[in-house]
Design a protein around this ligand. Sequence first.
Ligand SMILES: NC(=O)c1ccc[n+]([C@@H]2O[C@H](COP(=O)([O-])OP(=O)(O)OC[C@H]3O[C@@H](n4cnc5c(N)ncnc54)[C@H](OP(=O)(O)O)[C@@H]3O)[C@@H](O)[C@H]2O)c1
Length: 264
Amino acid sequence: MSPYRSALITGASSGIGRALSLALAGPGAALHLSGRDATRLDDTATACRAKGATVQAAVLDVTDAASMAAWIAAAGPLDLVVANAGISGGTGNGAGETAAQTRAIFAVNLDGALNTVLPALEAMRAQPARGGKRGTIAVIASIAALLPTPNAPAYGASKAAIDTWARASSPAAAAAGILLASVCPGFIRTAMTAANRYKMPGLMEADQAAQIILAGLAAGRDRIIFPWWMGLVARIVGALPFGRRLLARQGSKAALPDPARSGT
Ligand SMILES: NC(=O)c1ccc[n+]([C@@H]2O[C@H](COP(=O)([O-])OP(=O)(O)OC[C@H]3O[C@@H](n4cnc5c(N)ncnc54)[C@H](OP(=O)(O)O)[C@@H]3O)[C@@H](O)[C@H]2O)c1
């Protein structure tokens, strides 16, 4: 039985967000789900309703700060908010990252996450505490946050920024009774990684990732890095003076086909 009766998740139309939504769905669960693709979002909502959850689905772009704030404020009391929506793109065009790709990735992965977490913090601060706790907020960063990846500079940097921001902000959130957690997954099999043309050690299914994330949050962890051994390897490679040269030999992730759309 999930400890989260009401949850709000961005990027619920695919991959990890869809898996989290399904893992939380059940009788008594109230889910607020968003994404940009109405058909895939509706598919997630229907599957969650079939498991007994009440679902409000909203087609929203996380870069639209005003709409995100209005959506979150209108959701009512929330036990869990997950800033999951993200895009990825690398240097796969052979010419490095374009300015448009760099800005698109930061806009979704950093600004979009802040557009979710900042209104969520405000809303949770105003809701009553139960047993000293007001709620849980998670940002889905990445193990890419732990090391500079030459094949996807904007992706890694955007994830490092949101990871550092969440970790630095979590003590103040904790003082207000809110668990603010940064989640750093390794490779998860989703539409995002389907574009990768290189080895993905430890590749994991999205439903397994969702279980690990929810168990870590329920245990009160404010940083969840998995698989643990990949986190260790990333820190070691990131600390080596020749680490970036090693990483540069890894194949390149495909460039974003259209910076205005997801990497999916
Ligand atoms: N897969 C991995 O190996 C991996 C590893 C570490 C971290 N992550 C992170 O996990 C999160 C989920 O990724 P995933 O692997 O599940 O990828 P995915 O299957 O491509 O799903 C990405 C989700 O983000 C949504 N999204 C993208 N841009 C958006 C925008 N501007 N506004 C609203 N929603 C937007 C997409 O919605 P629409 O398609 O409806 O636009 C989709 O639901 C991302 O933050 C990603 O960086 C993934």
